[in-house]
Design a protein around this ligand. Sequence first.
Ligand code: ZN
Length: 427
Amino acid sequence: MSDEKKIYELIEKLFPINRSITGDGVRETLSILREYIPLKIHEVPTGTDVFDWKVPKEWNIRDAWIKAPAGNKIVNFKKNNLHLLNYSVPVEKKVSLDELKKHLYTLPEQPDLIPYRTSYYSERWGFCMSHNQYEALTEGEYQVCIDSELKEGSLTYGELFIKGKSDREVLISSHICHPSLANDNLSGVAVAVSFAKHLLEKDLNCSWRFLFIPGTIGSITWLARNEERLNKIEYGLVLSCVGDSHGFTYKRSRQEDAEIDRIIEKVITDRGEEPDVRNFLPYGYDERQYCSPGFNLPVGCLMRSHFGEFPEYHTSADNLNFIKQESLKGTLEVLMDAAAVIEGNGTYLNCKPKGEPNLGKRNLYEKTGGGQKNSAEKMAILWVLNQCDGNHSLLDIAIRSGLPFQDIRNAADALLQTDLLRKFNKD
Ligand code: ZN
């Protein structure tokens, strides 16, 4: 089965589960992910101090509905979990239409869609419905029931650490707190799982850490528990909204010229696509936490449609039809290409820098051929020789030459077989 089909099937499996920032939906989601990759699941108790925050009470939900005056259920959480204001406190009572309306959320501009709304940090209850349904509500007494529970429990997150030869770390983070929404962010979760599966089969130079965490509070919790190891993180990516048919959007890290920023922009360009590159802003997903000034980690955010800028965002239209296998495939390819750069970049030294070395007598021209057909390969060799003065990495050379990173890597590998190139050691 193709990667993209497997990714899509995982999304289908996860889609119906009601997730939030804590609770059994997160646990069920992580236990499904653990069928694919050897995740470690952490539980952090309610009330734990994490920097300026506290781990909240755990929320669980059994059922929620509204019954019309005639007694029929007009809103049913079990049919669509977006109907419930996520983290609603329990309620069971009869209310007038006016009272009910104070607890209803709709999208007047998109009257067919159900919005996704949350109330994590203030204790409220509410329901979401289409504006059309709202407009059709008639006077009378409604019965509302939210069978939820807010209790001392824990916050749950998943972590996978893949040890490479070195301690240098790459962080891949995706949020797992959204209920039945496909692009935001089951696409990010499922692509990360597939990416991790591929890396698990490789012999790696860097160590790779995957986080599956509830948004904001999850990354803050993880950072608070891992502060002493953060200096090992050399590259990081938040994955979100990576399954729709839009081209790639990349939000740079706070550093804006971190190597990960250059890598992602380069690998997308190498595919012949033009990424929509945005500078850092302190709003968005967990890159906000990783890039807070006390950490300033080199973590960017890879998306297709930019969060908040597509009409399906945080609505019932962000469903299984909105994401495409082809797009999921492309995202995985970008990640695999980025991994090839992270794993394969290096700095080398031209051992015969005075004049161009004689490539013919080392069979390098023969290897590359004389015709136009192989001129890119020859150009890659010339670029590597010219730029390998100890000041430029292979990534620098790929960017400067406009040649794909892999061509530059292949040229360096060919030259390393000769006396012309060696690994550069700073000291
Ligand atoms: Zn979201």
